[in-house]
Write a protein that binds this ligand. Structure first.
Ligand code: URA
Length: 227
């Protein structure tokens, strides 16, 4: 049963519903996850409260609101963008502007529904003028993103764009070199695929084909991990 506190946490984190997927791997029967669920709930509550009141970097002084994430708590796909833009800062949700509409189309094109993914940014507050987030800003938010990934516990991570990819993989390689390959999220070992940022694809539609290949690689990697 979904209790009220958890519902509030999920609403604040931008997710629709929470269904623990723990089963006994031998019998298939549901496992009593009440203590784990209580810990999860507390961790989620703490996380949302911390992000909402965060003053760790200078972006706290210029944001309209923090942008935590949107999607499903049972998502197998965790999608990581760079930082909120003007529309996201105004509405409090990631990827709600033109790049977000393209991202939604891309996800639909590989038959994902809103139950399948959760989207969050590396940095939770808008850098003024849409500049790239600084290393200090990325580092200040790093623990928040890591805790979101741990709570959702996805099976595949899709990283959008060079800035997020280089940061997540602690790499200085170009996006052209990072995309098209299977990586692992360094802290959790979850399979990770890099692709073009949808804002870039709006400017350079000729690279949409490569992005499609990356999405197919991610989908294939996920299918293999479930076998
Ligand atoms: N670009 C991003 O990286 N994230 C958003 O939420 C919007 C645009």
């Amino acid at each position: 049963m979904i209790d009220e506190q958890r519902r509030q946490y999920l609403a604040a984190m931008g997710v629709d519903v929470w269904i623990p997927r723990h089963t006994n791997t031998v019998t298939g029967a549901p496992v009593d996850v009440s203590s784990t669920a209580a810990e999860c709930q507390q961790a989620g509550d703490d996380l949302v409260a911390e992000i909402q009141s965060c003053q760790r970097c200078q972006l706290a002084t210029t944001r309209t609101q923090v942008v935590i994430g949107r999607g499903s708590s049972t998502a197998r796909w965790f999608i990581i963008g760079e930082a909120p833009g003007a529309e996201e800062d105004r509405l409090g949700e990631p990827f709600v502007g033109p790049a977000g509409r393209l991202l939604d189309e891309m996800l639909k094109s590989i038959k994902l529904t809103t139950d399948d993914f959760y989207i969050a940014n590396m940095v939770k507050c808008r850098p003024p003028g849409n500049r790239n987030p600084s290393l200090a800003e990325v580092n200040a938010c790093g623990d928040f993103l890591h805790r979101q990934i741990t709570l959702i516990s996805p099976s595949i991570i899709l990283v959008l764009g060079r800035i997020a990819a280089q940061s997540m993989l602690a790499s200085t390689e170009s996006l052209a070199r990072l995309r098209g390959h299977l990586h692992q999220h360094p802290q959790t070992g979850i399979p990770l695929i890099v692709t073009y940022h949808p804002a870039y694809l709006l400017r350079s539609p000729r690279d949409k084909g490569k992005s499609w290949q990356d999405l197919c690689l991610a989908r294939q990697t996920l299918a293999q991990s479930l076998c």
